[in-house]
Ligand binder design. Structure first.
Ligand code: ISE
Length: 335
């Protein structure tokens, strides 16, 4: 029995997810697409073979022909749409961030706790990336000992004109914050954000450098540079007591020519994380069929945004921020 999926938001990620579902997720049927720009939704319907353009997000969510909803609309709409999915009792994959503010995320966490049911998965797709999965496996194997430091580098070639300084943390660095929690199995207690001579125009403080102290004693540093210019470059290295585990980028060829060697960078995150997105979507659909949640939960989405908010506070104050979190509801399992 296929899982009938509706997608809200037909922009870059909504269109990409629709194409991936149509091409590579056998257990799913792409039924409806909604976007405020109807032409954009119609174009995705035509390109993917989805059945129809929905009249509104609410109409899509309440439609009996839809079993599950994928939210890929602008960040500020996520919480409202996810709440409507919870009210309809429909599983939802919400693109990151779960919401731009911790309060909005916490409302979703509390709603799931009240219903005693996890319906939300957050689109932290790096958890499904083969390279990060191999890193986590190497760390769990124990040969290198306990983690001491995690260096994370997150460089975009360029950012859209609507991207803000705060989004460098709430929209981009949330990936590194989440994958650090996931790799280290740890929570953060302090944050300090540094900026330097900036590259961005119009007051954009880019790059930004985040230093996070984990409760288990390790330190995570995250460089986010969204106008790096040369390509999409994601790096990671966990320094441990008896060795180092380094993220191996999925480079398939090194070219040697005219006295030099080179390999190419993806222009943006979609080709670099294509396998991760495919794995994430398949896993989401399979989890719905089995009724067993998978991937990042609403709690993970809340923690990532809450840590990001403390980073914004540190950026604004120029001092260290003490990170405090709400109590973790039992439905999300032990810390
Ligand atoms: C974008 O929304 C993503 O999710 C990408 O993975 C990230 O690299 C980029 O900085 C974000 O804006």
């Amino acid at each position: 029995m296929s899982v009938r999926v509706g997608i809200i938001g037909a922009g870059v990620m909504g269109a990409d997810h629709a194409a991936t579902i149509a091409r590579a997720v056998a257990q799913a049927e792409l039924v409806a697409i909604f976007d405020a720009d109807r032409r954009r939704a119609a174009s995705v319907v035509e390109e993917t073979g989805a059945r129809f353009v929905a009249e509104s997000a609410d109409a899509l969510i309440s439609d009996s022909r839809i079993d599950a909803v994928l939210i890929a609309s602008p960040d500020h709409t996520h919480a409202k749409v996810a709440l409507a999915c919870l009210a309809a009792g429909k599983p939802v994959l919400c693109e990151k961030p779960l919401a731009p503010t911790a309060d909005e995320c916490l409302r979703l966490v509390q709603e799931e706790a009240r219903a005693a049911r996890r319906l939300i998965q957050v689109g932290f797709m790096r958890r499904f990336d083969p390279a990060y999965l191999a890193m986590k496996e190497a760390l769990h194997a124990g040969e290198v000992g306990r983690p001491l430091l995690f260096h994370s580098v997150h460089r975009n070639a360029s950012a859209p004109s609507w991207f803000t300084s705060d989004m460098i943390i709430t929209n981009s660095a949330v990936h590194d914050i989440d994958i650090a929690r996931w790799l280290l199995d740890d929570e953060f207690m302090r944050a300090k954000v540094f900026t330097m001579r900036t590259v961005g125009a119009g007051g954009m403080r880019d790059p930004q450098f985040l230093v996070l102290e984990a409760q288990g004693g390790s330190i995570v540093d995250i460089e986010v540079f969204i106008n790096a210019g040369y390509g999409y470059d994601i790096r990671g290295e966990v320094v441990c007591e008896r060795g180092v585990v380094t993220l191996a980028p999925p480079v398939h060829v090194h070219s040697r020519h005219a006295g030099s060697e080179s390999f190419g960078f993806a222009p943006d995150w979609r080709p670099r994380f294509a396998a991760a997105y495919e794995n994430e979507l398949r896993s989401w659909v399979e989890s719905i069929s089995r009724g067993v949640p998978t991937g990042a939960s609403a709690w993970d989405g809340y923690v990532a945004t809450a840590v990001a908010e403390h980073c914004l506070a540190s950026l604004a104050s120029g001092t260290e921020a003490q990170i405090t979190l709400a109590a973790r509801p039992d439905i999300y399992g032990p810390p």
